[in-house]
Ligand binder design. Structure first.
Ligand SMILES: [Fe+2]
Ligand SMILES: [Fe+2]
Length: 153
């Protein structure tokens, strides 16, 4: 199925978002240590797996989509990736150095909202657009490029 690697990436990310909500609940309850313990376990996904996913989009699908939508909408999506990286860098710093529960809660809530909204926009707007407007050959090419990007790591 076309774009399956990206859709699978979203399913995994939404599961991680649920775990982030567990960490958020702990931070809101004032337990910074417990919130950060959960967060530390999720950082490999939030950093490494998301990096592959974003590269699959930015170096693959988005290049095809930009020809349909023009650069503006795609730059906005890449901008959301960049916002995500800033937030996750902050989370890593908190995970390493510790921090106040309130600060942890605020950042976790931000990342949860960012990821949910971003995935929703891709799933409801950009993936359907690709499936409608790209030819079967182009979709195959996108899938092959994504496999190559994932295989590079
Ligand atoms: Fe994305
Ligand atoms: Fe995505």
């Amino acid at each position: 199925m076309a774009l399956e690697a990206l859709k699978e990436g979203h399913r995994k990310a939404l599961k991680v978002v649920e775990e982030l909500e567990g960490a958020l609940a702990r931070a809101k309850a004032g337990d910074a240590a417990a919130a950060l313990a959960v967060t530390r376990g999720l950082l490999p996904f939030l950093e490494k797996e998301q990096e592959v996913h974003f590269r699959q989009e930015e170096e693959g699908l988005f290049l095809y989509l930009a020809r349909i939508t023009g650069d503006g909408p795609i730059q906005a999506m890449v901008g959301e990736h960049e916002s995500y990286w800033k937030a996750v860098a902050g989370l890593r710093e908190l995970a390493e150095k510790g921090g106040e529960a309130l600060l942890i809660a605020r950042l976790l809530a931000h990342i949860i909202e960012l990821l949910r909204g971003h995935i929703h926009r891709e799933e409801t707007t950009y993936f359907p657009l690709a499936e409608q407007r790209l030819s079967p050959e182009q979709l195959d090419a996108v899938d092959r490029e994504m496999e190559a990007i994932a295989g590079l790591r």
